[in-house]
Design a binder for this molecule. Structure first.
Ligand SMILES: Nc1ncnc2c1ncn2[C@@H]1O[C@H](COP(=O)(O)OP(=O)(O)OP(=O)(O)O)[C@@H](O)[C@H]1O
Ligand SMILES: [Mg+2]
Length: 396
């Protein structure tokens, strides 16, 4: 049975890693990074002994509640804020030893609330860093055109507009294009998609992930939204109040084995369901499909997420669905039970005590999302039984 364990998420990072060597992404390491504000009795820690490593080409998401030190951590990388203690290493070199201007040119920065220059056109905004480093007008123009196209804005109609003439989503895209302009090996993105509605946000996230497959930048991405963290991150650093690192690892590991009550609460009681959105039908072990039985069943393309497949099966009141291959040919039977046991299998890999906790939370998550009291553990296995009947029925 397919496991939902950490290796799948690591593969994501490793894939990017391969591509990274093409584009020159940089590895980033936080080593005991601490930031205190104020003195004496007023002193308070915004970031506390933060240590983790991001391999080049990976997206690491810093996630946590408001005020837990995410922006402060990000700004210490490009030295808008200087740490009180600890080191930040970019490709092994302490950023504090580098020339600030040179350092910032190697780092693309998308700030919280976008921050485009209101008096510059879209094209000039995107070309700000190339202009600073002395590229010719022609080269700036070509690069800005290329980046605007890349983020889905037609240069012919957007180049000469001003930020106030754009929608929120378009402004976000210009912000991303600007951060990419000098082809930096590292990107810092502070809640880059927070200021837009959920539908636009989802589109921007998808576009950005598609873009990243080619760019393979190292990215430190801040959000307070755990769903965004799970979707965007190869690695997630969960931070808690006081600027402490609560857990660091691939999304699936954090969902499957939260390191503390805080992390478990933060990722939510539906973390079992969230894990299902990390895995596709292509990763699921399928039951054999009887030749004639499948005509009336829902069908799934290989890249359908298990969470979506489960929701289709439950909504259609269908006990099974058909996994199709890339050519649209039936490959096997997807059952509610197979989806449930993909989660169960992985639980057995975990330690006894936390595995028991998982079972409880996962079961709660599934029945809550189904909105259907019948979809309990018993309901699920009954459903699998039905699916088998369907398959066998077709055989006779
Ligand atoms: N210049 C400053 N002086 C004193 N305290 C500060 C300063 N800047 C930030 N802080 C404090 O440091 C802590 C971390 O702030 P930070 O902006 O990093 O939080 P955040 O996680 O990005 O929050 P949000 O999700 O709201 O953006 C907060 O408690 C904040 O009040
Ligand atoms: Mg912030």
């Amino acid at each position: 049975m397919s496991s939902l364990g950490p290796p799948a998420s690591y593969t994501g990072a490793a894939r990017s890693l391969g591509a990274a060597s093409r584009t020159g992404a940089a590895a980033l390491e936080f080593r005991g990074v601490t930031k205190w504000y104020g003195r004496g009795e007023q002193a308070h820690g915004a970031v506390n002994d933060l240590s983790f490593e991001i391999p080049s080409g990976a997206i690491c998401v810093l996630v946590g509640p408001s005020g837990c030190g995410k922006t402060t951590s990000l700004k210490m990388v490009n030295r808008l804020i200087e740490p009180t203690a600890g080191e930040i290493l970019l490709d092994g070199v302490n950023v504090l030893t580098e020339d600030v201007t040179a350092l910032r040119r190697r780092i693309g920065y998308v700030i919280q609330q976008v921050g485009l220059f209101p008096h510059l056109t879209v094209g000039r905004n995107v070309a700000v860093v190339p202009a600073l480093v002395g590229w010719s007008k022609e080269r700036q123009r070509v690069r800005a055109d290329e980046l605007l196209s890349l983020v889905g804005l037609d240069p012919a109609s957007y180049w000469s507009r001003y930020p106030f003439q754009l929608s929120g989503g378009e402004r976000q895209r210009v912000g991303v294009a600007r951060a990419l302009a000098a082809d930096p090996p590292l990107m810092l993105m502070d809640e880059p998609f927070a200021a837009v509605d959920p539908i636009v946000r989802e589109r921007l996230q998808d576009e950005f992930l598609r873009l990243q497959r080619d760019l393979a930048k190292t990215i430190l991405f801040v959000t307070h939204d755990i769903d965004e963290a799970i979707k965007m991150g190869d690695l997630i650093a969960v931070m808690e109040e006081g600027g402490r690192l609560a857990q660091f690892g691939p999304p699936d590991e954090i969902l499957a084995h939260p390191a503390s009550d805080f992390v478990a609460r933060f990722v939510g009681a539906d973390r079992g369901l969230k894990r299902l959105s990390l895995v596709t039908i292509a990763d699921l072990e399928l039951a054999p499909l009887a030749a004639l039985a499948w005509a009336a069943l829902p069908t799934f393309s290989p890249n359908t997420k298990l969470r979506d497949a489960l929701s289709v099966l439950l909504a259609a009141d269908s006990r099974g669905g058909v996994a199709l291959d890339e050519e649209g040919q039936p490959r096997g039977l997807v059952t509610v039970d197979a989806i449930a046991s993909a989660l169960r299998d992985d639980r057995r890999d975990g330690a006894g005590a936390s595995a028991a906790g998982d079972a409880r939370v996962t079961a709660t998550g599934v029945s809550a999302a189904a909105g259907d009291a019948k979809v309990t553990a018993t309901g699920v296995s009954a459903a699998a039984g039905d699916a088998k009947v369907t398959a066998e029925g077709g055989d006779s």
